[in-house]
Design a protein around this ligand. Sequence first.
Ligand SMILES: [Zn+2]
Length: 192
Amino acid sequence: MEFESQRELDAQRVRAEALGEPGKRRFRLLVVIDGDTHVAWMEKQQLQALGLALEQMLEQIPHPDVESAAPPASQSVEFDQNTRSQFRVGRMELGYDERSDRLVIIAHDINQDDDDEEEDEEAPGTEDEPALTFRLTREQAREISAEAAAVVAAGRPRCTMCGAPIGPEPHVCPQQNGHLPHELESTSPDDE
Ligand SMILES: [Zn+2]
């Protein structure tokens, strides 16, 4: 997997959150890149899977030899709630850029997803164009992972195997079969 290493992809600010009443909550990830806010709407299970995958990746990647570069200043950056850059997340990929010590999230628009179940007639060549690609520091990844867990949990009991919150829906435990509900590819440094 190749990553662009432009700094423009660095997330200046990120937040995982839920909106709405319990039972009708909607989940999303807010990201500010280069001053622009992007809103990635997700299913709860997607946000949960993302949080767990980030957590796993943080455990797997080696500690950098040198102090990694500081993230872009985020204090003054506000989320633009009315941004037009909003989409529903379909497929997600996760990666790690060793050179910059950044975790990389690639999110595809569900409406542009190459889904086997539905025979969408799409223009060729559009299916692999991600809707959003951004890079996180380890600290930002930890924040997102913690926020995702907290938001998804909302006071629910946790699975004793994996620590994930258990809700009314069936729990797919990654500790038991390694299954994630959505494709999350990780490139570990061991991959050749
Ligand atoms: Zn579990």
